[in-house]
Design a protein around this ligand. Structure first.
Ligand SMILES: Cc1cc2nc3c(=O)[nH]c(=O)nc-3n(C[C@H](O)[C@H](O)[C@H](O)COP(=O)(O)OP(=O)(O)OC[C@H]3O[C@@H](n4cnc5c(N)ncnc54)[C@H](O)[C@@H]3O)c2cc1C
Length: 383
């Protein structure tokens, strides 16, 4: 299929105003391109609002290299991105290097071997820092912990962002650069002519479009079905609790048996998360509330006194082994895809956006796009 790189005068339509859509818009604007974001609801209110904002895969050694490659590049890109957004919008995305303390100490040897290997092979550069802690070292590092574990894996470099603040900052930055954001516009299909994209079908009409990026999160697979393409992206529900803890009550991100606690700058603690295959249902349940609350107080007994301020759910865009699809559509020229970031849309976002924009502009890609291709068979195990 031939490739028409996006010219400066042609608008690119992005379907989906989540973190992936907005970061892609940010990259395109930096490259001097004109962008229109089409969002069926409100920008940044779906998975990207719901998520925890940990800037690392939960157990990175359980993921295949393509995920860690994007994670490593994004981790490097975040400080400059945050500084630029904060300076230019006045909104602070609360990037904090809280470190990640993993209480599943039995995975320590595997974690260390992984860090050495990905460092030596240049998958993650510099190599991830991993320290194994024993006995009192665990509680010295995080005194709020109960007696959960006497072995732990400590990743001091890991940071977090506060998702709603990052999404607000991105939205304001884009609006300030003349990006058109159309909310309440649901794209229902694509119109093509001789294998080229010519329009987007929306309720009550059509938008003329020669270039489009599909970044519709968990809904991406559904939308592609309208052009007869099957993409393995499915909604995976995650429920979360927010506890009204005091500033300083907990300092580190804690992870144990797949559940985590994230201390925010204002003291609140986010407790996550469930992993549920329930279609597009986002209702929250008492069972999840009880379970997450129990996890929180068993890890940090002091949280028992803190009120549960909120409970919510989001739909992660699940993909095989958590490797996102970043590619052009096989048969429709002008249609690009960046989706399927599953549990890692924030940590993989900046590098994914950079890669898809490299493809759209016909630039030399920063990394090999093949592992993210729609055609590539997937291998590896993921958390
Ligand atoms: C509980 C939970 C915890 C998480 N924790 C973390 C974490 O700690 N770290 C991390 O990196 N990631 C985390 N994630 C994952 C991360 O949030 C997602 O991978 C990421 O938000 C996906 O971004 P997205 O832009 O692809 O999707 P979304 O944010 O869902 O955005 C897609 C947008 O497309 C819009 N859309 C869909 N269809 C259409 C259409 N037809 N027309 C127009 N608009 C459309 C939707 O309304 C939506 O706004 C978590 C997710 C959840 C749910």
């Amino acid at each position: 299929m031939s490739h028409r790189p996006l010219s400066r005068s042609t608008p690119l339509y992005i379907i989906g105003g989540g973190v992936i859509g907005l970061l892609s818009a940010y990259e395109l604007v930096q490259a001097g391109r004109s962008v229109v974001v089409l969002e069926q609801g409100q920008v940044g209110r779906e998975s990207s609002w719901a998520g925890g904002g940990i800037l690392s895969p939960l157990y990175p050694w359980r993921y295949a290299d393509p995920v860690n490659l994007l994670a490593g590049l994004s981790q490097q890109a975040y400080p400059a991105l945050i500084t630029s957004l904060r300076k230019q919008t006045g909104v602070d995305p609360e990037w904090v290097r809280s470190g990640l303390l993993i209480l599943d100490g039995s995975e320590g040897a595997r974690a260390q071997a992984w860090a050495t290997t990905v460092g030596e092979r240049g998958i993650v550069a510099p190599a991830p820092q991993i320290e194994l802690l024993k006995g009192t070292q665990v509680n010295e590092l995080e005194p709020a912990l109960g007696s959960v574990s006497d072995q732990a894996i400590w990743m001091p470099q890991i940071a977090q962002v506060r998702n709603p603040s990052l999404m607000t900052a991105l939205r304001q930055w884009l609006l300030g650069r003349g990006v058109e954001i159309r909310e309440g516009v649901q794209v229902q299909g694509f119109r093509q002519c001789n294998g080229r994209l010519v329009g987007l079908k929306v309720r009550g009409g059509e938008i003329e479009a020669s270039h489009c990026l599909l970044a519709a999160g968990a809904w991406s697979g559904q939308l592609l079905e309208s052009v007869g393409m099957s993409l393995a992206v499915e909604p995976v529900k995650g429920q979360v609790l927010l506890l009204g803890a005091r500033p300083g009550q907990l300092s580190r991100i804690i992870l144990h048996k797949g559940r985590y606690l994230i201390p925010r700058r204002d003291g609140r603690v986010l407790v996550g998360s469930t992993v549920e295959y329930a279609g597009f249902d986002k209702t929250v349940t008492q069972a999840a509330r009880d379970d997450l609350h129990q996890v929180a107080i068993s890890l940090v007994p002091g949280l028992a006194d803190c009120p549960t301020e909120r409970q919510w759910a989001g739909l992660r865009p699940g993909s095989p082994h958590g490797v996102p699809f970043i590619d052009n559509h096989i048969e429709i020229e002008g249609l690009y895809i960046c989706t399927g970031h599953y549990r890692n849309g924030f940590v993989l976002g900046p590098a994914s956006a950079r890669l898809v924009v490299d493809l759209i502009l016909g630039r030399q890609a920063q990394l090999n796009p093949r592992p993210y291709s729609i055609k590539t068979a997937r291998a590896g195990d993921a958390a």
